[in-house]
Design a protein around this ligand. Structure first.
Ligand code: SF4
Length: 425
């Protein structure tokens, strides 16, 4: 049975690793692209969420190449996520595809049901083998998330545009090829060092623009698919990084697994974080509204206390939970004084409009920082010389000689790279 699945960032590497380790034949669909999006939009109901349309595009591409079964994660309401998989199955049936669909529903305490599905999918392989494959996939997932974090910190430091991303691609390829847990860890460590050194070395050798003290730091919150999949969010993280802004996603997939799938004590820290998020959201929103709506509000509140300069909130157009969050975030922003930019994206979103909004947001953050640091008055008029974070005329600069290089920074489990030391705001 040739199995396929939908894309979401680098998750294809983990799913492929686990399924192949269990002896299944895997067909990875083509990466989301304008053609697959067009197919998804054409065949999906118009009111469907943007991620569903991209999923359909992935499935059509893979089924046309000979996939016979689809594995995908299910979901729970109250939003449309509750019947996501069923709608997708119906769309494919109407198109004449007869692939079997195996839906892995989130356990919510009912682990035996999830386990039964996994056993069915894996042809009732021995338990030890299934656990071994899952452990291997887990190691790759952690490694890929750490590489993403290092890239998000290294990219604003690079002086040669694209050098950190190129090092990241090399690192992801070696993690993908690693054939064991030890090999994965080794590839991840070497890859993280490569990204950090590439960014640090280039910023030391070439200067593209005027120096500035430390980069702006922005948290990316919102619907899980949209913040993980660069094609869906039009590479918001890359664009911000190239404007000299450090980003950090509110949710990495390894966090999600820790929060929802791993038993204590492994998932204890993540569960504590969930409680903190819910408590932080409480003054604005007290109950679950579906998807990540509640988390978006709580994370925005926490980002203020964690000294971020701003928050970017990303959601699919018409996403119900994120519409609730977006209606509350202006209040959060006013109360806590943290700028928030909500971006609702879908197949109609134009690149120029998105870039303009990001540039304006980065300008605002930089001006705010300058006022706080006494480099500008409240009208934003420069009092002392310093370069804006995003550079000039939409061509951001990336050099930062006065910041520590990645080698000097510390804290990342892979290379001791957790970002630039923060001073008082
Ligand atoms: S969370 Fe938003 S995008 Fe996801 S299924 Fe629900 S409404 Fe759609």
């Amino acid at each position: 049975m040739r199995v396929t699945f939908p894309h979401m960032g680098n998750i294809w590497i983990i799913v492929k690793t686990v399924l192949e380790d269990l002896g299944l034949e895997v067909l990875v669909p083509p990466r989301p692209n304008p053609k697959s999006l067009e197919a998804g939009v054409r065949h999906s109901p118009e009111f469907a969420c943007f991620p569903l349309k991209l999923n359909i595009g992935d499935f059509v591409g893979a089924l046309d190449q000979g996939a016979e079964a689809i594995v995908m994660a299910g979901g729970i309401g109250p939003c449309r996520l509750g019947h996501y998989a069923q709608v997708e199955a119906q769309v494919l049936k109407d198109l004449g595809y007869s692939a079997e669909m195996v839906v892995l529903e989130p356990p919510r305490g009912r682990f035996p049901q999830l386990w039964d599905k996994i056993r069915y999918l894996t042809g009732h392989r021995p338990v030890g083998r299934v656990i071994g494959a899952l452990r291997f996939g887990w190691e790759k997932l952690k490694a890929l998330d750490e590489l993403d974090k290092v890239l998000a910190l290294g990219r604003p430091a690079e002086a040669v545009r694209g050098s950190a991303a190129a090092a990241h691609r090399r690192a992801v390829a070696s993690v993908c090829q690693a054939a064991s847990i030890a090999g994965t860890r080794k590839a991840a460590r070497a890859g993280a060092e490569d990204i950090a050194l590439t960014a640090g070395a280039s910023s030391g050798s070439v200067t593209l623009g005027p120096p500035r003290s430390r980069p702006l730091r922005v948290g990316v919150v919102g619907e899980v698919f949209m913040i993980q999949e660069p094609f869906a969010n039009q590479e918001v993280e890359r664009r911000l990084g190239e404007m000299g802004v450090e980003t950090r996603r509110a949710l990495y997939l390894s966090d999600w697994v820790r929060m929802h799938l791993l038993p204590p004590p492994v998932g204890l820290g993540a569960r504590r974080r969930v409680r903190r998020i819910r408590e932080a959201a409480r003054p604005y929103l007290r109950h679950f509204v579906g998807g990540e709506g509640l988390d978006s509000v709580g994370e925005a509140v926490l980002h203020e206390s964690e000294l971020y300069d701003g928050v970017i909130h990303i959601a699919p157009f018409t996403c119900m939970p994120e519409i609730v969050a977006a209606s509350l975030l202006p209040e959060v922003s006013r109360d806590l004084g943290i700028p928030v930019l909500s971006l609702f994206l879908d197949e109609h979103t134009g690149e120029a409009g998105l870039v303009t909004r990001l540039e304006a947001f980065v300008d605002l953050l930089e001006r705010r920082r300058a006022v706080r640091e006494g480099r500008a008055d409240r009208q934003g008029i420069r009092l002392r010389g310093d370069a804006p974070a995003g550079g000039h005329g939409g061509h951001p600069v990336a050099s930062r000689p006065s910041s520590p290089t990645p080698r000097e920074a510390h804290g990342c489990p892979l290379v001791g790279f957790s970002g630039w030391r923060r001073g008082p705001r």
